[in-house]
Design a protein around this ligand. Sequence first.
Ligand code: 5GP
Ligand code: MG
Ligand code: MG
Length: 187
Amino acid sequence: MQTDDIRDDVREVLFTEQQLRERLAEIAREIEAEYADEPPLLVGVLKGAVVVVSDLARELRLPVHMDWMAVSSYGSGTTSSGVVRILKDLDADITGRRVLIVEDIIDSGLTLSWLKANLESRGPASVDICTLFRKPARLKSDIELKFVGFDVPDEFVVGYGLDYDERYRNLRDLVVLQPHVYAPAEA
Ligand code: 5GP
Ligand code: MG
Ligand code: MG
């Protein structure tokens, strides 16, 4: 059974808001060094990356632009197949520009492999990936991740933008939920 206070559904905090903000500040310094000559277009992948982009962009002292894409990957239940459909495309023309895709979490990496190839086909100067979380145990693609925040265990995590059934995106920390949250509701 779910409760009204989302914090009551937390089993374990993996990373606190403070740890996440500190790591994002470190990554921001790496991004500033990489893009000193030409600020990147940050491309956030909706919806999970909204919180990451929001905090990362405000750490950056570069004059970045921001744009958003929404994609859905076809797959059975919890595994993604790598077959992707664009639900919302970029507003910006990325020809000749440096693009930095910002993701919340890379699991198999199949969705991002597809997205990177799709953006590369549009003639940008470069396309790279920044992800706050990575599940190394599950990576199925040899995709290059230029900026990675934290490795996480092979568990379902929520908070800091990540959802379970659209809930918990507004939790401040990255957490694992209590098992009862996933239990089927009683009839
Ligand atoms: P991939 O194509 O890398 O397998 O799929 C990555 C996407 O699956 C992420 O962008 C995210 O939406 C979802 N995902 C993967 N692992 C988790 C997780 O532990 N928690 C949540 N909330 N979403 C996840
Ligand atoms: Mg995502
Ligand atoms: Mg989700």
